[in-house]
Ligand binder design. Structure first.
Ligand SMILES: Cc1cc2nc3c(=O)[nH]c(=O)nc-3n(C[C@H](O)[C@H](O)[C@H](O)COP(=O)(O)OP(=O)(O)OC[C@H]3O[C@@H](n4cnc5c(N)ncnc54)[C@H](O)[C@@H]3O)c2cc1C
Length: 386
């Protein structure tokens, strides 16, 4: 039997961040992940490039991870634009002055840096390659049984095991899920013309294309298409794929070349009914799994993780029970207030701009004429980039 203060399921970036903060507060932490240690310490490229807000950069700095990300993996994001199919701009996200809007960093670099920072903390046990057999939070301590037969006893159990979280299901916490019937294909491509460090997203008939500016003449291309189309795109040989992407981008970047592997993600947004239960809490995508179009899932994961850590640190300083309802309820309220408006606005934006049926198209043009697209999304995002 392993006794700890907090047991976390999921050593993704959010689980790792939480474990570091809690270890720094002097708490004993067990971090459980089903992936083997090598995959956690040296994760393979997964196509995801994260647009980090300045708040997230500060948080990664506090965790001792920002300094470990190689400079050539960090690309400044000067501004971002959303356009419709005719390249007419609907939303423009830029800040006054020369300050970049944020930074683009591959998920793999963030995970590697957090893993290495976590390795320097004492009081943290990493149980890699470990499946969870059962959880029980009904008693005075949370009990977590692993498939290996090992049992962990903790004051609090935290689920950080992604948007289809098994732990959330085991805790009996329901979640609202929105399936968009679409999938994203992501890859890196080199191109002839510069992106000027500006991210662009085009909503067009039957597809959405986002181009995220990396360092040099390279962009991350994020193509959203009906789910059935991704198999064909993944199967195309390099030359045919490059031709098709060039055509879909109306050759805006001139000649292009595929410089990475291709990856596919189904589009499902998830919002848990509760972020806390008896002796348990949810963080990261397990709590709020955003549609990536407004690039905030990870940023919300980090801010939620910081909120929960702050509440637990205060409880520990008072010698209080970490699984007590009070601090968990405060975390839940604060995280909901921080995430729900943008979650709902993002889903509304996606529905409006990716629905190719006539009423939505008419509404889209009305919204276009009325103002700068959906002002709420713009305001919410700019407020969060600081
Ligand atoms: C294409 C794409 C682009 C994105 N771009 C952005 C962006 O620009 N900005 C942004 O803020 N966010 C972005 N996101 C979202 C971001 O990637 C996620 O919000 C973030 O990775 C969530 O981190 P997490 O730690 O909660 O979960 P994950 O990164 O999914 O990690 C979960 C961990 O839990 C483990 N696990 C899962 N199930 C179990 C289990 N049953 N038992 C044990 N371990 C388990 C997994 O092995 C994994 O290590 C994007 C996502 C996608 C798909």
């Amino acid at each position: 039997l392993r006794k700890v203060d907090v047991a976390i399921v999921g050593a993704g970036p959010v689980g790792l961040g939480l474990a570091i903060e809690l270890a720094d507060a002097g708490l004993r932490v067990a971090l459980v992940d089903r992936q083997p240690e090598a995959a956690l310490s040296q994760p393979a490229f997964d196509g995801r490039e994260i647009a980090l807000t300045r708040g997230s950069v500060r948080q990664l700095d506090r965790l001792g991870a920002w300094q470990r990300i190689p400079v050539d993996e960090i690309a400044p994001l000067q501004s971002a634009r959303v356009a419709n199919g005719n390249a007419r701009y609907l939303l423009d996200f830029s800040l006054p002055g020369p300050e970049p809007l944020g930074h683009l960093v591959p998920t793999t670099a963030i995970r590697r840096a957090l893993f290495s920072a976590a390795g320097e903390r004492s009081g943290m046990a990493l149980l890699a390659g470990a499946g969870v057999a059962s959880v029980d939070t009904a008693g005075r301590r949370a009990m977590l049984s692993l498939a290996s037969g090992e049992t962990i006893e903790a004051g609090l159990l935290v689920a950080a095991d992604a948007r289809l979280s098994e732990t959330r299901r085991r805790l009996g916490i329901a979640a609202a899920m929105t399936e968009f019937g679409k999938a994203m294909l992501v890859c890196r491509m080199e191109h002839e013309y510069s992106h000027d460090q500006i991210a662009t997203e085009w909503f067009a008939y039957g597809q959405t294309v986002a181009c995220l500016p990396l360092n040099g003449m390279v962009s991350s291309i994020v193509l959203t298409v009906p789910s059935g189309e991704t198999d064909r795109l993944m199967a195309l040989d390099e030359a045919a794929f490059t031709l098709e992407i060039g055509r879909r981008l109306h050759h805006r970047f001139g000649r292009m070349r595929l410089v990475s592997t291709r990856h596919c993600y189904p589009l499902i947004a998830v919002y848990a009914d509760r972020f806390a239960g008896p002796r348990s809490a949810l963080v990261g995508d397990a709590a709020v799994g955003m549609h990536p179009v407004t690039a905030h899932g990870f940023n919300f994961g980090l801010s939620g993780q910081a909120l929960l850590a702050a509440g637990l640190r205060q409880a520990a300083e008072r010698g209080a029970d970490l699984g007590a309802a009070g601090p968990l309820r405060r975390f839940e309220g604060a995280h909901r207030r921080a995430t729900l408006p943008l979650y709902l606005a993002t889903n509304a934006l996606v529905r409006l701009y990716t629905d190719d049926r006539l009423p939505a198209m008419v509404l889209r043009y009305a919204a276009l004429r009325a103002a700068n697209g959906l002002p709420l999304v713009r305001r919410e995002i700019l407020a969060r980039m600081k």
